[in-house]
Design a binder for this molecule. Structure first.
Ligand SMILES: Cc1cc2nc3c(=O)[nH]c(=O)nc-3n(C[C@H](O)[C@H](O)[C@H](O)COP(=O)(O)OP(=O)(O)OC[C@H]3O[C@@H](n4cnc5c(N)ncnc54)[C@H](O)[C@@H]3O)c2cc1C
Length: 719
């Protein structure tokens, strides 16, 4: 059976790597559906490329490495090295390499020359630098004329402000004129009138007073990792809580912040309360954290102190705690709600330019997770847990058994496994038990892989002698370079010209090799600090991706039992849709975490007994080919079609920070659907609570909309 035709344009591209060829020869990748798996796709790469004399010269060394993959004779570092070497002669690699600093360049070169990550980091150490995308954003920011440049002084003195950060007016706020903004996922672009980089609360107060007097809207950002349009806009005011210097400084692990690197930055503090939370039996403590503190800084602080940890967090470390709280981010594990559920106080600068705070638990349900509408958040007080230790035992399990399909579900042929009914039932029970009882539960399926990564673990209060920071410094380097190479090869025109199936398989193969357990069947236990286990991957920010994530409620049936089959169906629907389009629109992963509901008014998990927090991710080439949007819409259509035991549609809601509002839901505009259906009751309640805060603190909802809203929120929240 011929399933698909794919474009194979390597020969034409050989001469000119960056130009698009006029005519594209087409080649069949004649794989029956039963053969759409990692091994068979690699076979097809090997046989097809053997017919093409240019493949070897275009991707030197790659065929040898792929042959070693087939023989299971290669580790993640060697494969990563081979991928990088295969593209190292071309522009994308050279550009990315040139953008590294001197030490990183030497380290990458040493790795390419064959040194192990251990040898590379032993010489000079390694701490994770900002991603190329973040560096790019922060450099762009300063490309506009500085407010203090000669050009500004000559041309703009009357119309542009000098905002002072201190009462004595000695420290003007860093500011840049008309700098183009883009987010990490490259879904949003705009040109705010001025980009400010504040370091004091007083500075933010002055800025908002100026914005109010000049009728400008103000929106902040951390690392710009959100896909939705919740940032600033053309001609408005953008507040960057980070700049290149603050983002590049290696966080100080040894001291409790404020750190030596940012002595005058009020948004870079972690202040631990002196007393435990009363009634917690010494198990909870509050910490006041500046909005610009990053997950990496918090992680280091937490490990260095070995006393207190966030109980949950976003996996990625390149995230600000101000930025992740605003759109209600989350981690995983049935017992956990969202980050915003852990907030005990929000400090912010209001629409009048006045520093204020909210700590009433009722009002925090709107103020924590405010979508940025309350004002510029300066500090967040979180309730921390006493440090515990994770015992991670990641497993690679046959995809068919990791999350078994619901009864009667026809899975893609190549993933079907003939097993006895009792084995299948045991696999189901294991999944239900992991989902219901584990401290943390997460499943990954990388495209066309026969096995899934199951990252399910529990914690213990007892620190054994086996506890180490994880990943270790060499592992951090490996993970960083894997992410970096993902960015490089996805920018390489010849890699982009390969069939999507191949691209997806190359990436999926490396991901499976790189993730523990490294050796099949040997699941090493990893004993580590809880916060390290939450951030078990450190390089993902290096490769831009596209991502849709929905929160699917897990309802109870009429007997009061969880309807896990909805979760199983959602998982398999995403995989099946991947198989349904042989252009491989999904090239990174299907990922799912089980979590609890939430008490935060606008949380998409609110009111759920349990939530399947499920997402599909792809590469920028797949998005550029125009196939991602179609696939993602089909996934959305499936994920929003499930019903509870009474036949009522589940209230499936999107992660506010990920892609959603450019898609339709039940054939309707998603913004309107969010307003009129999904958050129909939550939005009025949210506004009522905000208005209650405003009544006390001297502002109105109208003031919020004028000062802090954006188009998306005008439509969904205010219209
Ligand atoms: C690779 C990747 C992995 C991710 N993994 C997860 C995950 O595991 N779980 C999860 O829930 N999410 C995840 N996310 C989403 C991510 O956590 C959110 O997009 C988060 O908001 C990004 O933090 P940031 O520092 O980049 O904030 P930004 O994206 O810069 O800002 C987020 C929003 O908050 C506003 N904002 C930022 N700072 C302030 C402030 N001080 N005051 C007022 N408003 C402010 C901005 O205007 C914007 O609307 C992931 C994203 C990426 C790219």
């Amino acid at each position: 059976m011929k399933l698909h035709q794919l474009i194979y344009i390597l020969p034409l591209l050989t001469a000119c790597a960056s130009a698009a060829p006029a005519e594209l020869p087409v080649i069949d990748i004649d794989l029956p559906e039963a053969d759409l798996d990692n091994t068979k796709i690699l076979d097809s790469v090997l046989s097809q490329s053997a017919k093409d004399p240019t493949f070897k010269s275009n991707f030197p060394g790659l065929l040898d490495a792929l042959n070693r993959v087939k023989k299971e004779d290669i580790g993640a570092d060697d494969l990563a090295r081979a991928y990088l070497k295969a593209v190292s002669g071309r522009g994308a690699f050279k550009k990315a390499f040139a953008e590294l600093d001197d030490v990183q360049r030497e380290q990458v070169q040493e790795f390419l020359d064959g040194q192990s990550p251990q040898a590379v980091v032993t010489k000079r150490g390694f701490s994770i630098p900002p991603s190329p995308a973040a560096k790019h954003h922060f450099k762009r920011m300063v490309e506009g004329p500085s407010l203090f440049s000669r050009r500004w002084l000559n041309a703009k003195r009357e119309t542009t402000p000098v905002i002072y950060e201190d009462k004595a007016k000695t420290k003007p706020m860093q500011a840049f004129v008309a700098t183009e903004f883009e987010n990490w996922g490259l879904t949003i672009r705009n040109t705010p009138a001025i980009t400010f980089v504040p370091t004091t609360v007083h500075g933010v107060e002055n800025l908002i007073k100026w914005a109010k007097a000049n009728n400008k809207r103000v929106r902040a950002a951390g690392y710009r990792h959100t896909w939705t349009d919740m940032y600033s806009a053309d001609g408005e005011i953008f507040v960057s809580m980070l700049d290149l210097k603050t983002a590049t400084a290696v966080p100080d692990a040894s001291s409790i912040l404020p750190s030596k690197q940012h002595p005058d930055n009020e948004f870079k503090v972690i202040e631990l309360a002196e007393e435990d939370v009363s009634g917690s039996g010494g198990k909870k403590r509050l910490a006041r954290i500046g909005a610009a503190v990053t997950n990496e800084e918090f992680r280091r602080w937490s490990v260095a102190g070995d006393h207190w940890t966030l109980p949950l967090n976003v996996v990625m470390v390149e995230i600000t705690l101000g930025g992740s709280n605003v759109p209600i981010c989350h981690g995983g594990g049935f017992r956990h709600k969202t980050l915003s559920d852990l907030v005990r106080k929000i400090e912010y600068v209001d629409a009048n330019g006045k520093a204020q705070s909210v700590s009433d638990p009722k009002l925090l349900k709107a103020a924590a997770g405010s979508m940025g509408l309350l004002g510029i958040v300066t500090h967040v007080t979180f309730e921390l847990d006493k440090m515990t230790y994770a015992i991670m035992k990641p497993e690679k399990i046959d995809t068919y058994l990791a999350i078994p399909p619901p009864r009667g579900y026809v899975v893609p042929l190549s993933l079907y496994k003939l097993v006895t009914p009792s084995k299948l039932q045991a696999a189901r029970e294991k999944f239900y038990n992991d989902a219901r009882n584990a401290y943390y539960s997460e499943w990954f399926w990388f495209p066309y892989q026969k096995r899934c990564l199951v990252n399910v673990w529990d914690n213990t209060p007892t620190k054994s002698s086996k506890v180490k920071t994880y990943p270790s410094p060499p592992d951090v380097f490996s993970q960083w370079i894997q992410g970096w190479l993902g960015g490089v090869i996805n920018d390489d025109p010849l890699f982009r010209a390969l069939p999507g199936l191949w691209q997806a398989t190359f990436l999926g193969t490396l991901a499976m090799l790189a993730l523990p357990p490294q050796l099949p069947g040997i699941g090493d236990e990893i004993h580590t600090y809880l916060i390290d286990a939450l951030h078990f991957r450190r390089g993902v920010q290096n490769m831009r991706v596209r991502d849709i994530e929905l929160q699917i409620p897990i309802p109870l049936d009429k007997a009061g039992d969880p309807m896990w089959e909805i979760v199983q169906r959602a998982w398999w629907d995403a995989i099946s849709l991947t198989y349904a389009d042989k252009r491989a629109p999904m090239r990174i992963a299907v990922e799912m975490r089980i979590m609890s509901g939430s008490d935060i008014v606008l949380a998409p998990q609110r009111g759920n007994w349990g939530t399947a927090s499920i997402e599909v991710l792809t590469t920028m080439p797949a998005a550029d080919e125009g196939i991602w949007d179609q696939y993602a819409q089909k996934v959305v259509d499936k994920w929003t079609s499930y019903k509870d035991a009474n036949g009522k549609l589940l209230n499936v809601r999107p992660h506010w920070a990920k892609e959603w509002d450019t898609y339709t839901i039940h054939g309707q505009n998603w913004r309107q659907y969010a307003k009129n259906v999904s958050f129909k009751d939550a939005i009025p309640e949210f506004k009522r609570l905000l208005a209650e805060i405003g009544e006390e603190q001297g502002w109105t909802l109208e003031d919020l909309q004028k000062r802090f809203s954006v188009g998306l929120l005008d439509e969904v929240i205010f219209d």
